[in-house]
Write a new protein. Sequence first.
Length: 115
Amino acid sequence: MAVLAADLLISPIPPELLSAREFARGTIGIIERLSHMADRGFPLGNLYGLIYRMDRTADARASAEALRAMSYGPSRGRIMILDTIVPATVAYREAASVRQPVHHWERSRSGSTPK
């Protein structure tokens, strides 16, 4: 199982409340089910959530904060949401359509991105 072989895990999460709840509930459940493997010499790596497709709305910011609160406490610190976010931009969809890395497709950005 790849989860047991990893030193750290990164999971992408969209800033939507339903996705955030499912991530928190499902991931905490998986961690609890696999935590007994540490006794057998297979410790779990830390899990980091990466918020992606973040737009510039109050709803997205509120969902990101709710995700941080829902994940950290119940997991006893085993799940941490990174401060780094991946903004929602059309360039990601366009680059995927032409099968190019986004940094090749859009070499510089003229507009603003979410903070």
